[in-house]
Ligand binder design. Sequence first.
Ligand code: GCO
Ligand code: MN
Ligand code: MN
Ligand code: MN
Length: 385
Amino acid sequence: TRTPQKSDKFTFGLWTVGNVGRDPFGEPTRAALDPTYSLQQLAERGAYGVSLHDNDLVPQGASAQERDRIVGTFKRALADTGLKVTMATTNLFTDPVFKDGAFTSADARVRAYALQKTMRAMDLGAELGAEVYVFWGGREGAEVDAGGKLLDALGWFRDALNFLAAYSESQGYGFRFALEPKPNEPRGDIFLPTVGSALGFITTLERPELFGLNPEFAHETMAGLSFPHALAQALDAGKLFHVDLNDQKMSRFDQDLRFGAENLKAAFFTVMLLEESGYDGPKHFDAHALRTEDEAGVWAFAEGCMKTYLLLKEKVERFKEDPDIKAALEAYRVRDERLEALGRFSPENAEALKAEAFDLPALRTRGPGLERLDQLTVELLLGAR
Ligand code: GCO
Ligand code: MN
Ligand code: MN
Ligand code: MN
């Protein structure tokens, strides 16, 4: 395979390569990386850009001067490396103030503080040139439903998103907002748990056209759902504004595995959808090196994400050219122009369709060839075709 190029638009969260290997049971296993160092390392490996939470760059509680100094240094490193900041977001989960939610806290003071923190983070994102702003509601959820806020929380969430979209427009930031659903972790149940839930919620916002999705491979997989299916639904709705690529075993804790590490076939169909749909946003990796790893493992992780994507992209091209696969697909997708025309509604077509006689015994017994098609796909992925 070729090496990653800027034109591939691979991006990484600063927090991904910067992950220190802390987990609920153990202390960090790696030293923190300076953000400007991460920029250099990623640029050398062909990445296009980075994304960040406000506090990945500016520590919580930094003074205004401290902030400006840090941001100035970071902007010079962006200019030196040619990397872009493609997405910005807010850390609304680390500070204990958000332990029972940010935009959906039952405490109005916390909700107001979450708005303040997000506006400041949007100012930072705009200053760094980000075009997409992500809302991952990590702490927006509950373990206890006795607080009676299930309906209120959705209303508060909606009010916050409407407020922040209006703020962005009033500042001329032009952000496109991407909601990132996740079913659980860190909360027992997170509000808007899946791609489908977020798509439904967007239609209730004041400016639905400004909002789309940032679906994540691991999150749908944790819910026992298919990521390619979720991705297709976001694409179909015209709402794929961003994407978080990683991997995950089904129904487990949040693993954040290297893209392609676990579910190769689903990763293949993910790449196929991204490449064939005309999605031209960043291919963003939101994962981290295993806790067992040292810094060399961090860069092996980052290189692996990009390399696997590019290998799968080559496989997608081969899939389209392979004569046996082509023939199997043609046999599978049965065309019938006359019947397809009848599927466009008119009173006459409806009458004609009601009168149509179908050869049901033949339809019932015909094998569509999916065993063979899937085996051909496996052979392709194993390098046997
Ligand atoms: C997670 C999430 C986060 C978000 C990030 C950007 O499982 O922790 O995926 O990594 O993507 O906060 O919004
Ligand atoms: Mn995640
Ligand atoms: Mn995670
Ligand atoms: Mn994510």
